[in-house]
Design a protein around this ligand. Structure first.
Ligand SMILES: Cc1cc2nc3c(=O)[nH]c(=O)nc-3n(C[C@H](O)[C@H](O)[C@H](O)COP(=O)(O)OP(=O)(O)OC[C@H]3O[C@@H](n4cnc5c(N)ncnc54)[C@H](O)[C@@H]3O)c2cc1C
Length: 470
């Protein structure tokens, strides 16, 4: 392969600049020798040609907010897409947008709202992650309960693979298709969740929907976990509650929130909190929904009188801030703990929502493994997707946290769940993939990787151990 020289203006070896690109949101450090801050597709093609010829690793990066070490590598070049951040087109008539990968998710959401449209995926990190990163991890957020994950909104991609070929792939517009191996009318899906391992995403077409109706955000408090889980189960089956999210927070979260929670009254003896969002069409529907929620809260909450319903922009913004504050605080702790060999080990497994009782019971049986380590549990129980965060203070605790996280993931799969609901595999969950997929399926994924990246230069170490591939 003959290669054009790479654009040296985009390449930086400066250790001060490089340092930022060598660390992710969890504090995982990489060993990149340089960062290439691309501004155009042809620059990426030149870089990939050169790196393929030299067998040099290239790891694409959005804003490094992923929580699995996926944006970091111990060698090669970090390929930052943050400067390819143009919203190319918002097609109001066909409810589509075409964007570059470095667009910050919340910027896209805001831009389309300005046109009366809505891009639903809402990772808590929407303000600090890119659409490219969201596609590469299949990110989702609390409202995935109603609106699905990133994969449900991506319709077309441009991707530069490890051969430096530009692939232009689009989902088929007709509703039915019966051709091929399961991808059917959605060939784009092959690249969603690929974590940089089979190509650099350079352009993304997403579908949009109409601006949603107003919603209220309810907050209810509980005295024990069983009541929370029973509440969740009942809501999911109720005809008057159709939440777009149900998020739970345990006592460790409440302890983090109490000093910040101005404007939110947390009863002193409450041990759990649940936030739920409910959209409504008009005042009549609003009352029906409220009656439905109140009835169920009364049944399961010992703190019915402390239930809060927030509907003003300011109230909701504050509650969203508090929701974001929890992982942010823990990530700060994680970065500090790295110095002593510890870090936050965060779970991302999911189960069918009606299996949550079994999963939590199992945790109670094995939690002795953790000793007195702090565990902070919160997240998307509406979809059977709570995040358990084990705050390991040193190397020994980290091993214990990894052990329990693995046992929980195996149990989740046994219960019909998945090893990762939204963060992806990266480097920290590679050992789990064989619990979810049969050997034959893993083999096929490796064949796909080799087809798109025959030299093994793209995001090495993500999803699969390098040794198991080449
Ligand atoms: C406080 C906090 C809250 C979070 N909350 C959520 C949440 O609610 N839901 C959720 O899903 N995640 C959440 N995350 C995780 C993270 O934000 C997501 O994984 C996000 O999608 C990563 O986007 P990024 O732009 O930061 O990508 P990066 O972290 O830079 O990269 C992530 C992966 O994508 C690949 N990649 C990035 N750009 C491209 C590209 N253009 N082409 C090919 N591959 C690419 C990278 O190689 C890497 O494998 C949270 C993180 C933090 C710090």
């Amino acid at each position: 392969m003959t290669s054009k020289p790479v654009n040296n203006n985009r390449l930086t070896y400066d250790p001060d600049i490089l340092s930022a690109y060598n660390e992710d949101a969890l504090g995982i450090r990489g060993g990149f020798e340089a960062v290439f801050r691309a501004q155009a597709e042809d620059e990426i093609m030149d870089l990939i040609k050169k790196c393929a010829a030299d067998r040099k690793a290239v790891t694409p990066q959005g804003l490094r907010s992923s929580l699995t070490g996926a944006s970091i590598c111990d060698k090669g070049i970090a390929l930052s897409l943050e400067k390819m951040n143009r919203i190319i087109d918002i097609d109001v008539k066909n409810r589509r947008a075409i964007v570059e990968p470095g667009v910050i998710t919340s910027d896209l959401k805001e831009a389309v709202l300005g046109e009366g449209l809505f891009y639903p995926p809402d990772p808590t990190s929407a303000g600090e992650s890119t659409i490219g990163g969201n596609v590469a991890t299949n990110a989702s957020g609390s409202s995935a309960l109603k609106y699905g994950s990133t994969i449900d909104w991506v319709q077309g991609l441009k991707v530069i693979d490890g051969n430096a070929d530009l692939i232009d792939v689009k989902n088929i517009l007709s509703e039915k298709s019966s051709a091929g191996y399961g991808l059917m009318n959605k060939p784009v899906n092959i690249f969603v969740g690929s974590e940089g391992t089979i190509g650099i995403i350079t352009q993304i077409e997403v579908s949009l929907t109409l601006k949603p109706p107003p919603f209220f955000l309810g907050t209810a408090f509980f005295q024990d976990l069983k009541s929370v889980l029973d509440f969740n189960l009942t809501v999911r089956k109720d005809r008057y509650c159709s939440p777009k999210s149900i998020e739970f927070f345990d006592n460790a979260c409440l302890n983090i929130l109490r000093p910040e929670a101005e404007g939110l009254f947390i009863p002193a003896d409450a041990l759990f909190m649940v936030n739920f969002e409910q959209e409504y069409d008009d005042e009549r529907h609003l009352q029906k929904h409220l009656d439905g929620w109140y009835k169920i809260i009364k049944t399961y909450s010992g703190f019915f009188d402390n239930t809060q319903i927030s509907s003003s922009k300011a109230q909701i913004k504050h509650l969203k801030y508090l929701r974001h504050y929890i992982p942010e605080k823990m990530n700060e702790e994680s970065i500090k703990a790295w110095k002593k060999g510890g870090c936050k080990i965060a779970s991302d497994w999911t189960v069918p929502y009606n299996k949550l009782h079994e999963l939590f019971d199992y945790f109670d049986k094995i939690k002795y493994i953790l000793g007195d380590m702090t565990v902070v549990r919160f997240g998307h129980i509406g979809q059977g997707h709570p995040h358990f965060n084990f705050m390991a203070r040193n190397g020994e605790e980290k091993k214990a946290a990894e052990k329990i996280n693995t046992l929980m993931a195996i149990k989740a799969v046994e219960l019909g769940g998945a090893i990762s609901g939204e963060h992806g595999i990266g480097k920290t969950k590679r050992n789990l993939i064989s619990f979810q997929y049969p050997d034959a399926v893993i083999k096929i994924m490796k064949v796909i990787k080799k087809e798109f990246d025959p030299k093994g230069i793209l995001a090495p170490g993500n999803i699969f151990c390098v040794n198991s591939l080449f």
